[in-house]
Each structure stands twice: as C-alpha cells, then as structure tokens.
Design a protein around this ligand. Structure first.
Ligand SMILES: *Cc1c(COP(=O)(O)O)cnc(C)c1O
Length: 391
C-alpha cells in the first residue's frame, strides 16, 4: 500500500469494512463503543489496538479512515482529525508549546492563525514574526531556544510562496519543529514532508471537502508527535471531528486530485488571460513566470495552485463594482470549492488587521482573491472579463 500512487491512495487507503462488506465507507455515527466485559474495558483504557475505540472524542472508525487516508497521501506516519482547520492549527501549536518557549512565524498569515499566536503570547510564549520570503530574516530570528517555526507555505491572500526546504534547514539546525499550514498547496501538490516539514496542517473545509459542506481539519506528523504530543491535548480539549464530517471528507478525498488539478489548470488559464488587462494593476499567481517565487512554487508544488489574486485599478470602489457585476463567480469567503468564489480581503477576511499591517502584507483596497473552481474556464473568463468591463 505504501507504494500505491496518490490517486489510488485517495480512493483506498485507510478503508475499514464491517462484517457487511459495504462498498462505500460506513458512517459510524456513535459516541461510544460496547465492551464484552469489564476486563476488556479496563484493558482498552490501558492501551487500545488499531481497531479498538473508546469514545468519539478520542477516535472513531470513520474518523480513523479519514486520518489514515490523509496520512497516506501526505506520507506521514500518522494524522489526527479535528473539528475545523483552526482547531488543527491551534492544536498543532498549543500541544507543543509552554510558557517561555520561542516561536518564529511568517507574518503573512490567515487572520485566525495570527490570533492563535496572539493567545499563545498571552500565556507566555514569545513570538517573532518575519517576512517569510526573506531567508535572512528567518536566519536571524531562529535561536537556540526556538521550539517551533510556523508558516503558510503559500500565503493568503497575496500568494507569497515560502521556501519550505530552506526554512526547514534553518529551523532544524537549531532543533526547532517545522509546522506548515499547507491549505493553499493542497494535499495534491504538497511535497511538504519531503521538503522538511515535521508537521503539516490542513483545513479540510477547503479543497478536501471541495463542496462547501462541512468544517474540518487535520494535523499530519510522526507517530510520536501525533499520539504522544497532539492526541493528549486534543482528546482532552474536545475539538474532535464528527464522524459524519469525516465521511464527507473521505468522499471529498476520492475526487480531490481530479478537482484540484482542474482548478489549477483553470487558474493558470485565467491568470495568463487576465495578465496585463487594462483594468488590473496586477495579477498575482505563482504559476506565472513573473511571480517573485515562481521557481520555488514549481519546485515545491509543480503547479501554481488554485487561487489567483487580482488587484483592480481604482481601489475599493472599483473592486466592489467588479465583484457585484459577476454572475458565475460567487461572492463568498471560502476557498477550494468546486464553485468559483471571490472575496475582498481588506473588508472581510482581513478586516480586523490595522491599516498599516494590511499595507505591509500587501492587502490593498483594490485586492480581490479568486478561488478558481472546476467550471469551464471559458465561461469563467467570459464572466470575469465582462465584470471587469463594468469597472
Ligand atoms: C481556512 C484556513 C484556515 C482555517 O480553517 P477552518 O476550517 O476555517 O477553521 C487556516 N489556515 C488557512 C491557510 C486557511 O485558508
């Protein structure tokens, strides 16, 4: 099974069949499990085997199928599923850190990830933020006592690509754990572990579901980290993934590769066609040769990803006119969906940030983030071009 190709793993890894031999994965919608005897219950609390469960906050067969399938794709020893992507980010960091520890993080982070770092600061963890694309800043920030480095491999919404391999080398030289939020890279394009990431985190809400239905998250890592560091924290603090959501995510994984590749191919077509459009200040897409980290993106993902960021000339008013004129592309703040989705980060996902921080991160009033879906690229391009005409 280890040498199966990713598409085969996405369909078959982690499968568990009951005595009925059901074809489609079963939803074990149960909180608890019945023991044959008091002695068996006692034994299971001391140590549970691979197919022995205690309580759904600790583990559940449907959730376990999802965890094993994603670990197989990511090529980590183990994984732990969570109620949302943020539960995964919070768990990955908080389970590892204590007061007095030092963390270095890339400054271009999803708003909620920045908030988690703020909370850690309140509990005595020292956080240093760096420009993730500047290796010299990582070199001078990572110290002998740095416990972890945290980064989004491709940043939201400005699509800066961080050189995971070089950052991991810098971190490992000081013994720090490398935690990568890999949502924008997707499990399909991820080579995070090969590049040196110790822990890889996904919001399953995005591409893994792919149909905008359920919240979910997952943390992938070594068995020692997942079972000895992360699991005790997560199972006692309660951010477990529901068995129903795990089932939706399993079904999502079956088509993940097909969807994500189509999305990336649509995204490239759109980015190339809109590049140089008179109504646009810039088109940001790691798949374009002009992107500042194009070479790194190609090395570490082999593609530009599924998101294209556009800067509309004329600031917020122009950006709003553009969004309001779209028909196929929907205004919403999710991403990774089969449907194309557009959002104006400065007034939505990143509204909370102070103006100067928005400016540092490049979140300008004209910036819009387009998550490209699996519709026909020609229809999408027609919709986008027509809406730009309304600006
Ligand atoms: C969406 C997102 C998250 C949070 O995931 P939820 O499932 O919404 O909790 C974390 N990191 C990144 C990069 C994201 O895009």
């Amino acid at each position: 099974m280890d040498d199966w190709k990713p598409r085969t793993k996405l369909i078959h890894s982690g499968a568990r069949r009951s005595q009925y031999g059901e074809m489609s994965e079963a939803i074990f919608l149960t909180q608890g499990f019945v023991y044959d005897s008091a002695e068996q219950a006692e034994a299971r609390f001391i140590e549970s085997g691979a197919d022995e469960f205690i309580y759904a906050r600790y583990g559940n067969p449907t959730v376990r199928m999802f965890e094993e399938r994603i670990a197989a794709i990511e090529r980590t020893e183990d994984a732990f599923a969570t109620a949302s992507g943020m539960a995964a980010v919070n768990g990955a960091l908080t389970a590892l850190l204590k007061a007095g520890d030092h963390v270095v993080a890339a400054r271009a982070l999803f708003g909620s990830c920045l908030y988690v770092l703020e909370i850690l600061g309140r509990f005595g963890v020292e956080v240093t933020l760096v420009d993730g694309t500047d290796l010299d800043q990582w070199r001078s920030a990572v110290r002998q006592d740095t416990k972890a480095v945290f980064l989004e491999s491709v940043s939201n919404p400005t699509l800066e690509v961080i050189d995971v391999k070089s950052v991991a080398e810098i971190a490992h030289a000081k013994g720090a754990t490398v935690i990568v939020d890999n949502v924008f890279a997707t499990p399909t394009f991820s080579k995070a572990v090969e590049l040196g990431a110790d822990v890889v985190v996904y919001s399953a809400t995005k591409h893994i579901d792919g149909g905008g239905r359920c919240l979910g998250g997952v943390v992938c890592g070594t068995r020692a980290y997942i079972r000895k560091v992360l699991e005790p924290y997560l199972k006692h603090t309660g951010a477990a993934m529901s068995p129903f959501n795990a089932w939706v995510m399993l079904k999502g994984l079956e088509t993940l590769d097909l969807r994500v590749r189509q999305q990336a191919s649509n995204a490239l077509e759109i980015a190339e066609a809109l590049d140089g459009h008179p109504k646009l200040e810039s088109v940001i897409y790691p798949g374009l040769k002009a992107h500042a980290q194009h070479t790194i993106a190609m090395e570490q993902m082999g593609a530009g990803g599924t998101v294209v960021t556009l800067e509309v000339k004329g600031g917020q008013a122009a950006a709003f006119r553009f969004l309001n004129a779209l028909e196929i592309v929907k205004i919403s703040n999710n991403l990774g969906d089969a449907k194309s989705i557009i959002t104006h980060p400065a007034t939505t996902t990143h509204q909370r940030l102070p103006e100067e921080q928005k400016a540092t991160l490049g979140i300008t009033p004209g910036l819009v983030r387009l998550s490209v879906g699996i519709e026909d690229a020609e229809d999408l391009l027609a919709d986008l071009t027509r809406a730009l005409g309304a600006v």
